[in-house]
Design a binder for this molecule. Structure first.
Ligand code: GUN
Length: 290
């Protein structure tokens, strides 16, 4: 079994980014600046945003976190987005999801200037991605592509089953793996809560991308010998042996499947760090495009 070590690979890619930023700095160029907006105090979102800012600092970017109370109105949040769109100093920004229920995330995403949309969530970027045109790829799917590429996992002609059809992972990764290219050229099936023959599909999959948010959902008996597992799930389960009382696990039962798979991403330390690294690459690109 080969561990697809996102922590190690993201460190390598971040070193590459830092070299490039050092070079830009030496030549007096534009230092990439990533801003993140976070609303409310969802602990998972806070930890993700902190990680994004810390990684930005590590590679020599400028970073800004804008934190707002959960009771901010949609109009006020739209004003912040508008301010970031107009701020020449900011190359790219994200609005961390989920947002409080009284704010429609679609309205916020639509308000982001696609040129600064380093999350790749705006329909302009999504549509460009789907048509294989120049675009900011959504960070998690982009991170998965980088991982498949750097670990030389063949996708051409393979059957891929993607579990989950969210706008930020399931849907875009299915498009990216099916489109012409490398990684790509795969035969992709999207499975979701209404899928009837899930066991049959999983059994036939050379590559499984699990993004449904259900702890240890996929077990050994459901997968094919030698399957490649990309586990996007980050689920917290009780664990009395840990000081904090819980631990993070994926959508796949790692210990159960590890001796049957050819490659697998751990949770934590797999897809998560690659998402952050992909965001940095998008921000670097945004600053160069300016
Ligand atoms: N929430 C979960 N994943 C993401 C992400 O990649 N970007 C943003 N903005 N919010 C998220």
């Amino acid at each position: 079994m080969i561990l697809l070590d996102g922590k190690k690979l993201s460190k390598t890619i971040k070193e590459e980014i830092k070299l490039e930023v050092d070079e830009i700095r030496n030549q007096g160029g534009n230092i990439p600046h990533l801003a993140a907006v976070i609303v409310g105090d969802n602990p998972a979102s806070e930890s993700y945003v902190k990680n994004k800012a810390k990684s930005s600092d590590e590679v020599g970017f400028e970073s800004t976190i804008i934190k707002k109370d959960a009771n901010i109105s949609e109009e006020e949040l739209l004003e912040i987005v508008d301010g970031l769109n107009r701020n020449d100093d900011v190359d790219g920004f994200i609005v961390q999801l989920p947002l409080p229920r009284h704010i429609d995330p679609d309205n916020i995403i639509l308000a982001i200037d696609p040129k600064k949309d380093v999350d790749g969530f705006h329909p302009f970027n999504f549509g460009s991605m789907a048509q294989n045109l120049e675009a900011y790829l959504p960070a998690t799917p982009y991170g998965i592509l980088l991982m498949l590429e750097r670990y030389n996992v063949e996708t051409e002609g393979k059957s891929v089953v993607v579990l989950g059809r969210s706008n930020i992972v399931g849907s875009p990764i299915s498009i990216l793996l099916a489109r012409r290219g490398n990684p790509g050229n795969a035969t992709v099936t999207i499975a979701h809560s209404k899928t009837e023959n899930l066991d049959e599909l999983l059994q036939s999959a050379d590559i499984i991308v699990a993004a449904i948010g259900r702890a240890k959902f996929i077990k050994n008996h459901q997968i094919k010998e030698g399957a490649v597992i990309i586990d996007v799930g980050i689920n917290s389960i009780e664990d009395a042996t840990r000081k904090r009382g819980y631990r993070l696990v994926g959508d796949v039962d790692f210990d159960d499947v590890k001796d049957k798979v050819s490659h697998i991403t751990p949770v934590p330390g797999g897809v998560g760090p690659m998402t952050v690294t992909a965001l940095l690459l998008n921000t670097l690109k945004a600053s160069k495009n300016k």
